[in-house]
Design a protein around this ligand. Structure first.
Ligand code: SAH
Ligand code: SF4
Length: 392
């Protein structure tokens, strides 16, 4: 589909506009105010990509809209599907920049892992994204667009518009919703980038995703993961109100300074104080602490004990994530037995962790040698993703 109409005027993309933005745009366009709600419904509830499908709008109005506006999606440059159902899309935006979006299906949920930036300005030493130069922040439309594209490809829109994947013969269309449920029930901001360094765009996008007359994924099922941008944690609590995940990974400042260099600016104590002040925390609404298991680095029993002590008093969950190595990475994933010991301790202290769930064996296997040459996503990558996605 061309981005230009016959008069070569660039068409403005409506995807990514919030209610106020859409209302403003439509007022300028000369549409009656009640049209805003109808358009919102078509764009974000039904997933329309063609104004021609908007059958409750007059034909002339649809044509005028189509001449002036677009309902775009990022381009899929590669789609990988794994035997366990995990799907990874490489998406390209209009300027050629690319990010990843991953769908992780489980029996009781489907989690979409969404990117917030192209690359990342932070340089966590175990993270591949950290080796890439930040190219730019994503716009709200590019962030919401990842969720919308995934809904297209999975055939996961309400209201029965034909899944785009089916039209294009994409394999995703074969994924049947479980027991009539949705394929995307949860969103985690755990793809590329640091969401709290692209605050406004992430906020605006997540409020669109949570709108219950649109995409409708409740804030309880959206998790924002941060490496610890302390001043923006309070802002996220006040202005977004989604669930929070903290990439902790170490219990001592000395080690965390090395793994997550942002710790030099915002050390562990300040980070945990910000967590304690995060609004609405209860045992039913906890902060997830992510802890990547690095062999001989942060995986001792003493670390497990210190972790439990450190989190005392904070309604917390602990997600142990098997390290997913990448070419040139300086770490190894912890031994299976060590992850079991670590998780055993954490479990006995009252924290469940993904490696203790029925999928835990699979997750632990990720640290073994179960990589199959025929898998397009390595077992380790899939399991690291699975562990990250277990946020509720
Ligand atoms: N920038 C944010 C969100 C994106 S990273 C953050 O750092 O929280 C999402 C999670 O993946 C973080 O917990 C991050 O520490 C973890 N992660 C990054 N690289 C990893 C790897 N190679 N193996 C396992 N987990 C990794
Ligand atoms: Fe990677 Fe997150 Fe660290 Fe950025 S902040 S380098 S995305 S782990």
């Amino acid at each position: 589909m061309s981005d230009y109409d016959s008069s070569s005027e660039p068409r403005r993309d409506l995807v990514g506009l919030d209610r106020a933005g859409l209302a403003e745009e439509m007022a300028e366009f000369g549409a009656e105010p009640f049209r805003v709600r109808q358009l919102w419904h078509w764009i974000y509830y039904r997933g329309a990509t063609d104004f021609g499908d908007m059958t409750n709008l007059a034909k002339g109005f649809r044509e005028r809209l189509a001449a002036r506006y677009a309902l775009g999606r990022p381009e899929v440059t590669s789609a990988l599907a794994s035997s366990d159902g995990t799907r990874k899309w490489l998406l390209r935006f209009a300027d050629g920049q690319e990010v990843e979006t991953v769908h992780i299906p489980e029996a009781d949920r489907g989690t979409l892992c969404v990117s917030s930036q192209v690359g990342c300005t932070l340089n966590c030493t175990f993270c591949h994204t950290g080796t890439q130069r930040l190219v730019r922040n994503l716009t709200p439309g590019e962030i919401v667009g990842q969720v919308m594209l995934a809904r297209d490809r999975l055939g996961d829109w309400s209201g029965g518009l034909a899944p785009q994947g089916a039209q294009q013969g994409a394999p995703e269309a074969a994924a049947a919703p479980k027991e009539g449920g949705r394929l995307i029930t949860n969103v985690v901001m755990m793809g590329m980038g640091e969401p709290l360094y692209n605050f406004e765009a992430v906020r605006d996008a997540l409020l669109i995703v949570a709108d219950n007359e649109g995409i409708g994924i409740s804030k309880r099922r959206i998790t924002l993961s941060t490496s610890g941008v302390v001043p923006n944690i309070a802002r996220a609590g006040a202005e977004i109100g989604v669930m929070l995940a903290i990439s902790l990974h170490a219990v001592r400042d000395e080690l965390r300074n090395e793994l997550v260099p942002l710790n030099r600016k915002y050390p562990i104590k300040e980070l945990l104080d910000a967590c304690r002040n995060y609004p609405g925390l209860t045992n039913a609404k906890r902060i997830t602490f992510e802890y990547v298991m690095l062999k001989g680095v942060n995986d001792s029993l003493a670390d497990a004990k210190a972790l439990v002590k450190l989190l005392k008093g904070i309604p917390a969950k602990i997600n142990l994530i098997p390290f997913n190595p990448w070419p040139g990475s300086r770490y190894e994933c912890s031994e299976w037995e060590q992850i079991e010991k670590f998780s055993e301790y954490v479990f006995s202290a009252g924290y469940s962790s993904p490696v203790r769930t029925p999928r835990g064996r699979d997750i632990l296997a990720a640290c073994g040698q179960l990589k199959s040459a025929t898998e397009k996503l390595s077992a380790r990558e899939r399991m690291a993703l699975r562990a990250m996605a277990m946020t509720d």
